[in-house]
Design a protein around this ligand. Structure first.
Ligand code: ADE
Length: 420
């Protein structure tokens, strides 16, 4: 039977397969889960609609779910992150229904979300909550068919908690981002490396010696700041949370307000998850040649509408780099239209960290299916056993051994009598 799809070009499929296999070499934990899934078929017959960045790493997750017996279809969770080679490979080499074309407009983006929902999924696997929102707003009639879901990212989980609080969440969802083996690694090392990678691929600027401003000091911000610092930048952090700001200061970084940072920075990166973090009052103060990028989930962190309103002219000066002229004296450069620079201008997080995030996804889906009878319409954490198992497997595949407690130490940890 023909595989349903909407991808750019079937001719890219072979290249896509080679790239997917390359990523697979760095995803040994997921490969082990795939081997087990192939034998045990724990997801047999489960209809899954996935809305994720269409990358080689995601392709390996889709292969794993299909190996477990799931009937899976994929659409993109961001119009600029799709790798057309991967999308073609998924359809024409692996037979997985895929709806994703890089650079597609808003209407096409939602048409693709609609296409995976047209298949009447029992499970959603989302990154950013757009699929879940569409289902709850425009496809309410399908809600009773859905037994559960998973969510990949911080931004999505925030939206899900808002739905839970308002009592509108239609089914249980596992927030994969909250697993330690997800956010401590993917958010920090993945966003850290891939954001610098995106900025460098887009601009080829030297990071050493630049004043590099990071907005937000959560796990992603910490990763970006530490990588920029490692490359020789003078890193400034802008935060609203006092504890996080204190942490940045004690990590040896300069902490200041958005207005103070605006006049000092050479490169600006937003990773807050909030909107209009860099706005008109900041553009006014920026130096000629300032470079702006976003690595947060949505393209709302830099107020591009305001910048367009202030600019005489906007022109593309290199792929992924738009120049905004502010009078005769100053030009500000925005990367990837303020969309996730690590996925739009580079290839997203390296496979080695996505290995853990997607192992969490695959095992959470299995857990959801096995426990569905007892779950309520709530946001669930990834069970600790899964989190620890993913860490254990990752260490094993890295050839790293952990120590064990002696019986005496176990007894000491369980006792209260022994003191000074
Ligand atoms: N999110 C960030 N990096 C990613 C990647 N490489 N694949 C899928 N989702 C991602």
């Amino acid at each position: 039977m023909a595989v349903e799809h909407d991808v750019l070009d079937a001719g890219l499929a072979e290249d896509g397969k080679r790239r997917i296999e390359w990523a697979d070499r760095q995803m040994p934990v997921l490969a082990r889960i795939r081997e087990r899934f192939e034998k045990e078929k724990p997801l047999e017959g489960l209809k899954v609609a996935a809305c994720l960045h269409v990358t080689t790493e995601t392709a390996n997750l889709m292969r794993t779910l299909a190996a477990g017996g799931a009937d899976v279809a994929l659409c993109a969770s961001n119009p600029l992150s799709t790798q057309d080679t991967t999308a073609a490979g998924l359809v024409h080499e692996y037979g997985i229904p895929t709806f994703a074309i890089r650079g597609i407009d808003q209407e096409g983006y939602y048409r693709h979300l609609g296409a995976v929902l047209d298949r009447h999924p029992q499970v959603t696997m989302d990154d950013g909550c757009d699929l879940v929102t569409l289902l709850h707003q425009k496809r309410k009639d399908q809600l009773p068919e859905v037994i559960g879901g998973t969510e990949e990212t911080t931004t999505g989980i925030i939206r899900l908690h808002a739905m839970e609080d308002q009592g509108v969440l239609g089914y249980p969802i596992v927030g994969v981002n909250d697993a330690d083996t997800k956010h401590l690694f993917d958010n920090r090392y993945g966003t850290g490396q891939s954001t610098l990678d995106g900025i460098i691929r887009a601009t080829n600027v030297l990071i050493a010696g630049k004043t590099f401003v990071v907005y937000g000091y959560g796990m992603c911000g910490r990763g970006v700041a530490s990588r920029a610092r490692g490359m020789g930048a003078d890193v400034v952090v802008v935060e609203v949370d006092p504890t996080r700001a204190l942490e940045a200061a004690m990590d040896g970084l300069r902490v200041m307000t958005g207005r103070d940072a605006a006049s000092q920075g050479d490169i600006f990166v937003t990773v807050t998850g909030n909107k209009h973090v860099i706005r008109g009052e900041h553009f006014e103060l920026m130096k000629d040649g300032a470079i702006l990028a976003n690595a947060g989930h949505f393209d709302i962190e830099i107020d591009l509408k305001a910048l367009k309103g202030m600019a005489g002219e906007v022109r593309e000066v290199r792929p992924e780099v738009n120049a905004y002229s502010l009078g005769a004296e100053r030009t500000i450069y925005v990367l990837s239209d303020g969309r996730l620079v690590n996925l739009a201008a580079a290839e997203g997080h390296p496979a080695s960290v996505m290995d853990m995030s997607f192992a969490d996804q695959a095992l959470s889906l299995e857990w959801l299916k096995n426990n569905i009878e007892s779950l309520e319409k709530r946001v669930y954490k990834v069970p600790t056993e899964i989190d620890k198992e993913v860490a254990r497997l990752k260490l094993e595949t890295m050839g790293v051994r952990v120590d064990e407690l002696t019986d005496e130490q176990k007894a000491y940890m369980a006792a209260w009598e022994e003191g000074t």
